[in-house]
Design a protein around this ligand. Structure first.
Ligand SMILES: Cc1cc2nc3c(=O)[nH]c(=O)nc-3n(C[C@H](O)[C@H](O)[C@H](O)COP(=O)(O)OP(=O)(O)OC[C@H]3O[C@@H](n4cnc5c(N)ncnc54)[C@H](O)[C@@H]3O)c2cc1C
Length: 496
């Protein structure tokens, strides 16, 4: 497995102790630089790649973040932001010559305003903590990644994270109203606000999903929603994945937007059932869990219609949850599906691509053919409603060559997503994992335009380099000149 990262600056590495001392001046009790302690930060959720950082700094407020950024900028040192480190695309993978800026200690809920229906939080607050803080008053925060117990709102912003309920309530980008952000040179800016219509250009939309490349988010204003009156789910089993895929498309085509619509294929269903005994049928090739929420009468009508649509697509199982306990049991298997699949093979590689819903059945069939071609199993557990696939490629890292094979299989799946009109990532980001596949989706002109945005925020390219872009051009090459202290960078390059 080879991952080309930017060339390291040996001179910076040689300055490790001096850099740690300077950072300790800014954050006296929050600098880590011993080899043993740095190991804890050497990877994120994409554990196939590891690199201990030069130094870790854990600021506690915006002022400290700003000073750290300003100092690193003046010294030309790379910075990698990190929340909880659950990224599955290597977005928080450290650099040998870079400072890892951990936001986990900035974990305060600053304000809850039920009149405006917003919560203002620091970036290290976990996703679930927002809901926990408002649920007693009948509110919740809608985006619900499966990692919500651990992942941070700062990380959610950077990855534009989603979850089961994003089909109806939107992704992070639809639930964030404003951010405070520290730029690469330490300047503190605010984007958006507390309302839906921000003033000026919608730069907030640019920042959400920017994978830590444009700035360090230090405060976030999110929408909180009143909890629905009730939620009910229906469990649907199908004799083949094509019927299940077509049923998903038909439900949406009917104009129904369920609160969640998740699919599991046979391997995932069987593994989940063996793991948590959720009562899933074991004789089906595909299982759908469709949840609706709202007033009871609306739930009844929608569930009845969904059951009819499923029957017309050949569903062999159709069970509507009769009480809250049963609804939670339906979800228990889905929620445990990832760890359950871990019992099928020593390792699995979790992919994340998005396709148009109407191509679902075709893509699942082609994935089965790829599985035969590579001789590696695959289990599918995914957000079917929004076409966001999470194939889990099964392999054994101890068998020579299997990881490479799993990565090649994964890359073929993502290329297929793009080929059928989808995109390389649904919610896990590009990071280092899909960086080199970007040309499968974007041509040079697209990539150059995207990088011009990077250059506008971070002209020295010091924030999270090596991520997202297959190749970083110097900003001057893209027609962007940054004059720092009166000196032109790269004077050898032609100007235009
Ligand atoms: C078991 C499991 C299940 C998962 N399920 C889902 C799911 O259902 N949906 C989903 O969307 N994702 C899921 N993920 C992926 C992951 O949890 C999300 O991407 C999450 O948003 C990452 O948050 P984090 O705090 O861990 O960020 P990190 O992993 O620490 O960082 C992720 C990226 O954000 C940047 N970053 C972090 N904080 C900041 C900040 N304050 N300012 C600027 N940049 C920052 C980092 O540089 C990096 O590029 C899952 C992961 C795991 C391990």
């Amino acid at each position: 497995m080879s991952l080309k990262m930017p060339d390291v600056c040996r001179a910076t590495i040689a300055r490790r102790l001096e850099i740690a001392a300077e950072l300790r001046r800014i954050v006296p009790d929050g600098v880590i630089c011993t080899e043993t302690e740095l190991k804890a930060y050497e990877s994120d959720g994409l554990t196939a790649y590891r690199q201990p950082p030069l130094v870790v700094v854990l600021p506690q407020n915006t002022e400290q973040v700003s000073q750290v950024m300003a100092w690193c900028h003046a010294e030309g040192i790379n910075v990698v932001p990190r929340g909880a480190g659950t990224s599955l695309s290597g977005g928080a993978l450290p650099l040998a010559d870079g400072v890892l800026l951990g936001l986990s200690r900035m974990n305060r809920i600053v304000e809850i305003d039920y009149l405006d229906r917003v919560a203002v939080v620091q970036p290290g607050v976990t996703n679930l903590a927002v809901t926990r803080a408002v649920e007693a008053d009948g509110f919740y925060y809608a985006p619900d990644p499966s990692s919500q117990i651990a992942c941070t709102i700062g990380g959610n912003i950077a990855e534009n994270s989603g979850g089961v309920h994003c089909l109806k309530y939107g992704l992070t980008t639809n639930n964030v109203l404003g951010v405070e952000m520290v730029l690469a040179d330490g300047e503190v800016i605010r984007l958006g606000g507390r309302g839906l219509e921000p003033e000026g250009l919608d730069l907030l939309g640019v920042v959400v999903g920017s994978e830590g490349l444009l700035g360090v988010v230090t405060e976030i204003t999110v929408r909180i929603l009143p909890a629905p009156e009730m939620a009910r789910a229906i469990l649907l089993g199908f004799p083949d994945t094509r019927s299940a895929g077509d049923c998903v498309a038909a439900i949406i085509a009917e104009g129904i937007i369920p609160a969640g619509m998740e699919m599991m294929d046979r391997p995932a269903t069987q593994a989940a059932e063996a793991f948590v005994q959720a009562g899933y049928p074991l004789d089906v090739e595909a299982l759908l869990i469709v949840e609706v929420d709202g007033p009871p009468i609306e739930c009844d009508i929608l569930l009845a219609r969904i059951a009819e649509i499923a029957a017309s697509h050949g569903a062999s199982t159709s069970r509507i949850s009769q009480d809250e306990e049963e609804r939670l049991r339906f979800w228990a298997g889905r929620k445990a599906a990832f760890p359950a699949v871990g019992r099928l093979a020593p390792d699995y590689y979790c992919m994340d691509g998005t396709i148009p819903r109407k191509r679902l059945s075709e893509v699942l069939e082609r994935m089965a053919q790829l599985s035969d071609h590579y001789g590696l199993g695959v289990a599918n557990v995914f957000h079917a409603g929004d076409g966001n696939l999470h194939p889990l490629v099964l392999y054994d890292a101890n068998q020579p060559g299997q990881l490479d094979k799993a990565e090649a299989f994964g890359a073929d799946i993502l290329r297929m997503c793009v080929e059928v009109g989808g995109v390389l990532t649904g919610e896990h980001g590009v990071g280092v994992e899909k960086r080199d596949l970007m040309p499968a989706m974007f041509d040079e002109t697209d990539l150059a335009h995207q990088q011009r945005i990077k250059c506008a925020f971070d002209p020295e390219l010091k924030l999270n380099p090596g991520k997202v872009f297959p190749q970083l051009h110097r900003c001057a090459e893209l027609g962007r000149m940054h004059v720092h202290h009166g000196a032109l960078p790269h004077p050898e390059l032609p100007r235009f």
